[in-house]
Design a protein around this ligand. Sequence first.
Ligand code: FDA
Length: 505
Amino acid sequence: PTSATPNSDGFLQCLLGNIPSGLIYTQGASNFTDVLASSVHNPRVYTGDMVRPLCIVTATDASHVQAAVRCGRAHGVRVRVRSGGHDYEGLSYRSLQQGDVFGVVDLAGLRAITVGSDAVWPLAPTAWVESGATLGELYYTVAKNNSEVAFPAGICPTIGVGGHFSGGGIGMLMRKFGLSIDNILDAKLVNADGDLVDRAAMGEDLFWAIRGGGGGNFGIVVSWKVSLVKVPSTVTAFNIVRTVDQGAIDVLTRWQEVGPTLPFDINMRVIIMGQQVTFQSLYLGKCSDVVPMLSNLFPELGMTGGDCLEMTWLQSVVFFNSWNPNAPVESLLSRGTSLSTFTKNKSDYVRRAIAKDDWNKIFPWFAMDGAGMIILEPHGGFIGTIPASATPYPHRSGVLYNIQYITFWPWGNDGSAATSWINNFYDFMGQYVCKNPRVAYVNYRDLDIGVNTVVNDVTTFDGGKVWGEKYFAGNFRRLAAVKAAVDPTDFFRSEQSIPPLVQGN
Ligand code: FDA
């Protein structure tokens, strides 16, 4: 069991005895900071005084992950895991507890993608993807040689598969095929005992929990078997921009009814920034089909053939990320960091359309000092047909859309205007969104909605419930029961880790 007093030296010695020393970076090493920063995407949480890991293990084999967990257990040192480093609160590489002693297992070197030899339609193709792969690498690998094969996951190509699949996976294909977690067939995980287990060995409860119950809770997932999906060789992508002066508020008000009820083959998300609304869409088919469809179902949008960009699905992934239809698909392979823009994100879900009069009150917020943007992701479609308890992601039937609030500021700016804006705007929006409790998406991690309380070295269930029911609703209790079964000593712990449901806590 994890002892209360960590033995840092014993931990490091144990690592050196089991993992090649070239893969272990201790705080004193000259390149420690470079390795730590290598996948950081938000300097807001990557500060000079943040609580850093004792060391980083850049695993290149599952056995290194196993050794790190076993050494951690033996010497009372917790281990956090990082795949793509996109956690909005940096929980994969920093602690908020002063004096916390922990190691980080970084999986960027564990990123092989193996597409099954059965990747010929109509047989269902599959792939094994290691957690350190990025979404861009996955998209590129599965689609490069077959433009009809795709996978449903997020927009930003540098996101890590490990954290993303752990929390859900909202993206352009979700109305047709669901979230990433709805397309996972198997996984290999290093559990709290350091054993490497697959779906059959871990059992269905743990397999349920790791598909959406949030990263860093139940073990370290090393790889995932996914079910690939079939898309047409030509898809249609388009961005239609309307300003408030051009009647954007009417179109947006109507979109709330239309976006979640359109045929499954179309996904139309909305980006609001300034006094401008962008309807960003992917249609799994040709321009000549989508134009009449939308003039029938959504005439208020005023779409024409001139808006269409026909391309392969892989090219559409690049387009939605870069807004450039001609950007090379190879750009999906670059990993990289982004340390120049500070961000803060929050989320909500909407089940009852917001009235036009209320949108009129909302839009002035986008003209204020420090204003950021919001992105609305329509649900409905296939995603809404999946029962709320089928995976930990509970925001299914009846959800119209998810709202992501994003604010950002550059180096040299203290961020106070942007931070005040997002906090005040989020408070203002409370009247229009799902409440009691107000819910959120775990992959848009937000520590403002609650952090854990630890008593007698174990996270309390009641403390975790505060934020946990916001992310997971009725699934939170089952997640805590799984945690108690697989990690009763609470080894995999962070500020928002699932607490073990044990008597007396
Ligand atoms: P990171 O490595 O930081 O891990 C995130 C969490 O998962 C941490 O708690 C970590 O410990 C844990 N974890 C990581 N690897 C694990 C593993 N192998 N096993 C177990 N736990 C693991 N989301 C979305 O759904 N759709 C989108 O379009 C976007 N877009 C987007 C853009 C940008 C710029 C950012 C920064 C983020 C997003 N996201 C998103 C959110 C994203 O899905 C979320 O941050 C993921 O958790 C990131 O996964 P990473 O592996 O990159 O993060």
